[in-house]
Ligand binder design. Structure first.
Ligand code: P6P
Length: 333
């Protein structure tokens, strides 16, 4: 089968949809190259000086792993000089990162979680990089955090890399979802899945069950019905998976269906759930919707949420649209 590279795919998409201007193509290729570099660092494990935690905490109050900071630096350094970005923001940084004055500023904003699933790094379980691309507001001269606070529906591109048995890059620019597999010998991304579609129905759910005593009633009702299987109102048995790496759980759902949930719970009303809107929920919601799935916070589309803060958290229910409809229907009752 003819191999199609990421570059050829992007050029052909530009011809078909006129949706990938040269600067956006450059941005995507630079991020993809950064993910290759991150994959290489992640793959070293104990053989490189990359494992373990640092003495520092990120803005979430989470202890930073060496690879969190290494991955963040790789993305910052790769994206500074190209002239395609006005600024960047990351889970690992308190506030935005402006483009140094020595480089020209571009018209895009890049937001990312450089290495998602850090608790899995030291135990060799799949982790990933998540990124989201927004356009800078017209006429913006000096980027501020406020310029990033756009609803997810404004994203012009989103994607993730999953560092697992294979390293894969999943990408949408608003015309479907495609997957590229890294050919490590050639160092190139090769198109391996076109037009990914999430099955509307599923028998598989993903949630951290250890939080069940903290869930609100609609989630408890929904999960109890799944656990009742064919003896309960759903009339079929369900399976459960929880990898604790959103990228890996979402990648499984993109490939075989399922519903992923990280609900708000009663522990801290000021923190509605654990996942972050700008660089986890929004990019994943864009990808999931482009693959025919659904993504809500239990009450509204994730992509319709107007962000108030760069690092705000949001409850997440996403995946097979028929299942997402059931669990969000219970929230509406
Ligand atoms: P818990 C990883 O830290 C992450 O942000 C997501 O990738 C993942 O889905 C979730 O948190 C796992 O959370 O509470 O199960 O460890």
């Amino acid at each position: 089968m003819k191999r199609i590279s990421l570059t050829q795919y992007l050029v052909e998409e530009q011809r078909k949809h006129n949706s990938i201007p040269a600067e956006l193509r450059l941005l995507i290729e630079v991020v993809a190259r950064s993910c290759k570099t991150i994959s290489h660092s992640v793959g070293k494990g104990a053989l490189g000086d990359v494992l373990g935690a640092l003495e520092t905490e990120n803005v979430q109050g989470e202890v930073q792993k060496k690879l969190d900071v290494i991955s963040n630096e790789i993305l910052l350094e790769a994206n500074e000089w190209g002239g395609h970005l006005a600024a960047m923001a990351s889970e690992e940084m308190e506030t935005i990162h402006r483009i140094p004055n020595r480089y020209p500023m571009g018209e895009y904003l890049l937001v990312f979680d450089p290495l998602d699933g850090s608790s899995n790094i030291d135990v060799n379980v799949s982790i990933g990089t998540i990124f989201s691309v927004l356009k800078a507001p017209e006429g913006m001269k000096d980027p501020s955090e406020q310029d990033f606070l756009q609803p997810g529906s404004k994203q012009v591109a989103a994607g993730y890399a999953v560092y697992g048995p294979q390293t894969q890059l999943v990408l949408t620019t608003g015309n479907g979802v495609n997957c590229f597999t890294l050919d490590r010998e050639m160092g190139s991304w090769v198109l391996t899945q076109r037009g990914m579609q999430i099955p509307a129905a599923t028998k598989e759910f993903a949630i951290n069950m250890s939080n069940s005593r903290h869930w609100h009633a609609p989630v408890t009702r929904y999960i109890d019905e799944l656990l009742a299987g064919d003896t309960g109102p759903r009339g079929k048995n369900f399976n459960m998976r929880w990898i604790a790496s959103m990228v890996a759980d979402v990648h499984r759902i993109l490939n075989r269906g399922g519903v992923f949930m990280y609900p708000a719970d009663s522990r801290d009303p000021s923190q509605p759930g654990k996942l972050r809107l700008m660089y986890e929920a929004n990019p994943m919601a864009f990808i999931v919707e482009q693959a025919g799935g659904a993504a809500t916070d239990g009450k509204q589309r994730i992509l319709d949420i107007q962000p108030a803060k760069l690092h705000q958290r949001v409850p997440v229910f996403l995946g097979s649209r028929d299942e997402v409809a059931v669990v969000t229907g219970y929230h509406a009752e």
